[in-house]
Design a binder for this molecule. Sequence first.
Ligand SMILES: C[S@@+](CC[C@H](N)C(=O)[O-])C[C@H]1O[C@@H](n2cnc3c(N)ncnc32)[C@H](O)[C@@H]1O
Length: 214
Amino acid sequence: MRLRNIPAAEPAIEKSPYCIKDPNSLKGQWKMSISNNKPIYIEVGMGKGQFITTLAKQNPNIYYLGMEQYSSVLYRALQKMEEDPIENLSFLCYPAEELPEIFEPGEIDKIYLNFSDPWPKDRHAKRRLTSSRFLDRYAKIIKSEGYIEFKTDNIDLFKFSLEEIKAHSEFDLIEHTFDLHHNEKMNVGNVLTEYEEKFSAKGNPICKLIAKKN
Ligand SMILES: C[S@@+](CC[C@H](N)C(=O)[O-])C[C@H]1O[C@@H](n2cnc3c(N)ncnc32)[C@H](O)[C@@H]1O
């Protein structure tokens, strides 16, 4: 998702109490300083924040972080938050590449990846957020027995992601489906993302996998 550049976005992010500006300084301190010892769940590539905002409202005992690399996209989530603040949610305008600089090993309880950019060309495979390059970073910051949950409508990306998870020594594939909305067990409590709404309305089945750090 890339919106046209919005000049107001960066200054708004800079002064907003809902955006964490110097996250590296919180490394190792997130539970003490920010989450009040609640578990921390992150959505990496949250887009305009529909999914994480809904989850945060539903689960006050969990602290949520929405991470998005583009300020113009994150700004949309921020505008909604300013109208209707949510205590257990903050935003980070940073790329996923920086996760290990921001969090200590084991500091994160769960990572959500929703409708991540597919990067269909083989030569761009390393940019996929479910590639081993990123799984290595997630493995560093997720606690033992913490989870990754990934949804997409892109079958090729999903098959690639299944293989990457199966090949990764620190994650075990717990369950997966190629048709989440017709999978009675996995669909319980499913919160729709913006892209999920859009693509399932077109009739695309939604794939989901859950992996656990061993
Ligand atoms: C296709 S959108 C999906 C948005 C949302 N998760 C949803 O399901 O509706 C993917 C989002 O991931 C963000 N993104 C892609 N690569 C990223 C990275 N390396 N770090 C942070 N965000 C990233 C993009 O900017 C975009 O907003």
